[in-house]
Design a protein. Structure first.
Length: 254
């Protein structure tokens, strides 16, 4: 039977998955892929209910989450009756709202959204993850970006926060191996999402970027979700503490 990736079909029947920021883009693709594979999937978003989105989210359990609100983060962790896989995907770029991430106050918010909240939700979820009986063990996946690897002036807060995610991942992988919890980062290259579309449609950005990309195209969300499902599967049972760049080869181009 062929799945969305042609010759690969995943079976996550009975697994309990939490995907933050699962209402659109990469997060939604990941959540939908787990749902299609049989998992029970909870997604989070910033709006009051799933019905407040244009996308049909009825197949998922929905929890409202403001990642800058510590109490809210703790409440989401507590609301999960059990947990096998945690996908820390939620994020934003503050320049979309006319804010300068170089400003120390906005920079601090970028760290809160993309690093501090990830640490908080993950640590609050440890006990439930440690009880997982998923083949290969429980998994925590962070979603990184090219800003995790390069100094990019256009994202002066987002990039450093995503770089910090690499260190957090390595530390947790070492600390939590004894609980059979694996912790990895999937670094998403330039991927077609509603958020990224204006940049990817700009020839001044896109043409030189593609010229440096060996596979010659921008990614689609299934490029990312396929790797995420592979990394959390039993086939990756000995994989932890790693940063896996899914970027068409951009990061290795000389």
């Amino acid at each position: 039977m062929a799945g969305r990736w042609g010759n690969v079909v995943f079976d996550y029947s009975g697994a309990c998955v939490l995907v933050t920021g699962g209402t659109s883009g990469i997060g939604h693709s990941i959540a939908d892929a787990y749902r299609e594979a049989g998992a029970e999937v909870t997604i989070t978003g910033t709006r009051a209910s799933a019905g407040d989105y244009d996308t049909d989210l009825s197949a998922f359990r929905y929890l409202q989450l403001d990642v800058e609100d510590r109490v809210n983060v703790d409440a989401v962790a507590a609301a999960m009756p059990r947990l096998d896989i945690l996908i820390n995907n939620a994020g934003t770029i503050f320049s979309r709202f006319g804010l300068d991430e170089m400003d120390p106050d906005v920079f601090e918010r970028a760290l809160a959204v993309h690093l501090m909240s990830v640490q908080r939700l993950t640590v609050r979820s440890r006990e439930k993850l440690a009880q997982s009986r998923l083949p290969g063990g429980a998994s925590v996946i962070g979603i990184g970006s090219l800003g995790s690897l390069f100094g990019l002036e256009m994202i002066p807060g987002y990039g450093p926060a995503k770089t910090g995610l690499l260190g957090l991942t390595r530390m947790l992988a070492v600390a939590w191996g004894r609980y059979n919890i694996r912790v990895n980062v999937v670094i998403a290259g330039t991927t077609w999402t509603p958020l990224a579309a204006p940049v990817l449609n700009d020839p001044e950005f896109s043409i030189p970027h593609l010229a440096r990309t060996p596979l010659g195209r921008h990614g689609v969300t299934d490029d990312i979700s396929g790797v995420v499902l592979a990394v959390t599967s039993g086939a990756s049972a000995w994989l932890t503490g790693q940063a896996i760049a899914v970027d068409g080869g951009y990061s290795v181009m000389g």
